[in-house]
Design a protein around this ligand. Structure first.
Ligand SMILES: [Zn+2]
Length: 248
């Protein structure tokens, strides 16, 4: 039994019983923590805002046999932009699902913590919430060891020149010369702009990860690639972003 003090982002809040919440909190030093917040859904609860989805709060937790309970919590930032705009909210909910699926409970992960912090700021207030979550999810997949091969051609081993063909069936990339005919199954063409963007996403310091702009065409390519790479790597259909089409 012990008490710990942690700062973290609420990535999921599940209602339990009449007034409780079970929250998943992303922290730097303890990774993803699941904690019970008793009475947190009561209007007068001191935990109402600080344990709400996407809040960044300072938590005092009680730990007993691997289970956490929230003793108290102080709200640092509620990211109101997400709660006022359904488009941004759906984007953030999708990214939170990806983070929860990829992160291991209770393992320290400062990179994932910083990545979420920067991404949620972009989704909260930035110009390109949808592109931002795709950039963040590709970087998180890379961080989790699931980076797509895209530097060298899988057939001739030369540097990849655009337009390159990425095969999703065997997770290989083929350069723009004769090698493209080696690919089989579901695939997509990647232009030089998309290849440069992917290189930036996988190698940029996190502080500059979101500092770039793309033409609409390249943006669509990168989003499409990110979408398909995530589905194949996680062997799961993520359905939240489909709701964005109903908003248009
Ligand atoms: Zn080649």
């Amino acid at each position: 039994m012990s008490h710990i003090n942690v700062r973290g982002f609420v990535l999921r809040d599940q209602p339990v019983g009449d007034a409780d919440r079970l929250i998943s909190v992303l922290t730097a030093d303890h990774g993803l923590i699941t904690a019970a917040a008793r009475g947190a859904r009561r209007q007068k609860s001191s935990l109402l805002a600080s344990t709400q989805i996407f809040a960044l709060s300072q938590f005092q937790l009680f730990q007993n046999r691997g289970r956490y309970t929230v003793d108290s919590a102080e709200l640092d930032e509620s990211f109101q932009g997400l709660h006022k705009d359904i488009y941004r909210l759906i984007c953030a909910a999708h990214l939170a699902e990806v983070f929860i699926d990829l992160l291991k409970d209770d393992l320290p992960d400062k990179t994932a913590y910083e990545l979420w912090g920067r991404a949620v700021n972009e989704v909260n207030r930035g110009q390109e919430p949808l592109l931002s979550i795709h950039v963040a999810q590709l970087r998180l997949l890379e961080h989790a060891g699931l980076k797509p091969p895209f530097e060298l051609c899988s057939h001739c081993h030369g540097s990849v020149k655009a337009p390159a063909l990425f095969s999703f069936r065997d997770s290989k990339i083929y350069c723009g010369s004769g090698c493209r005919s080696r690919s089989a199954g579901p695939s997509m063409l990647l232009s030089s702009g998309s290849l440069a963007c992917l290189e930036h996403i996988f190698s940029s310091p996190l502080s500059r990860l979101f500092s770039f702009s793309l033409s609409d065409e390249i943006k669509q390519e990168v989003i499409c690639f990110s979408d398909r790479w995530l589905t194949i790597q996680m062997e799961k259909q993520y359905t939240r972003l489909a709701m964005l089409q109903d908003l248009d």
